[in-house]
Write a protein that binds this ligand. Structure first.
Ligand code: APR
Length: 242
């Protein structure tokens, strides 16, 4: 594919690279996406599990759902797509930033360090009173709800729910990386949830070369210079090992 050769060449020479990932990159690790045919939102109503109102109504129900996801995530392993992004970070160096919408922690476990977790991390709790953040006990020892180690009050999942603001400074850092990028790479997101969804278009409109890896068309596809209509593992292998 002509575009693939161009994309490979651009990726080799780019000094400022911004990457955005969504649930699709973790699907090969066995973690369900949200809006796919077998996605989480097909079986679970986000209004019942992923909003502050749902948590206020029934914190135990929300916590049991997150504890179930937390156990699944901890059993999962990073896949070659996560690992190839660590290699890319090493190649590009300080001009690299990986922005993820995923809360599964697989990028961090794979070794990514220049990383922004826009929607938080499912393996952490955050105190409802003093906001203290802490690692949850190992899944086999975890009985929700956790109590804050600092003040003893009940803690909530340290993730961003619909209608909530992103972690302090996280989106600003992401926005700057995509606005200044020479090359933007968007992997495994339906590009339906703002503000993350607008990052790829921001990069394209700011003059970056935009690559999308996704087996399905998305709202972003029309802005991409190169679309790899395939899974994250195949797409990253084509870009870095092709
Ligand atoms: N490789 C790459 N992409 C894949 C793969 C794969 N193997 N399998 C599926 N996909 C794509 C789907 O085509 C879809 O476009 O992954 C995307 C997953 O989209 P969503 O399920 O909407 O997940 P995401 O875009 O990350 O959702 C964004 O919405 O529910 C909230 O907070 C939640 O962070 C999440 C946000």
């Amino acid at each position: 594919m002509e575009h693939l050769a161009t994309a490979q060449a651009r990726l080799r020479s780019a000094r400022r690279v911004a990457v955005l990932t969504g649930a699709g990159i973790s699907k090969p690790s066995g973690i369900p996406t949200f809006r796919d045919a077998a996605g989480l939102w097909k079986d679970f109503d986000p209004e019942e599990y992923a909003t502050p109102q749902a948590y206020a109504r029934n914190p135990q129900k929300v916590w049991e759902w997150y504890a179930w996801r937390y156990r699944k995530v901890q059993e999962a392993q990073p896949n070659p797509a996560h690992e190839l992004l660590v290699r890319l970070e090493g190649q590009v160096g300080e001009g690299f930033l990986l922005v993820t919408q995923n809360v599964d922690g697989l990028h961090r476990r794979a070794g990514s360090r220049r990383l922004v977790e826009l929607h938080g991390n499912i393996a952490q709790g955050r105190c409802e009173r003093c906001e203290y953040r802490f690692a949850l006990p190992a899944p086999e020892d975890f009985v929700p709800p956790p109590l804050c180690p600092a003040c003893g009050f009940r803690a909530r999942p340290d993730v961003v729910w619909f209608g909530e603001i992103l972690p302090e400074g996280a989106f600003e850092r992401a926005w700057q990386a995509f606005a200044l990028a020479e090359l933007a790479l968007v992997i495994g997101t339906s590009a339906e949830v703002e503000p993350a969804a607008s990052l790829g278009r921001l990069a394209a409109e700011s003059g970056a070369y935009l690559i999308e890896i996704n087996p399905e068309p998305t709202l972003l596809s029309r802005w991409a210079d190169c679309v790899l209509r395939m899974g994250a593992v195949e797409g990253m292998q084509a870009l870095l090992e092709g």
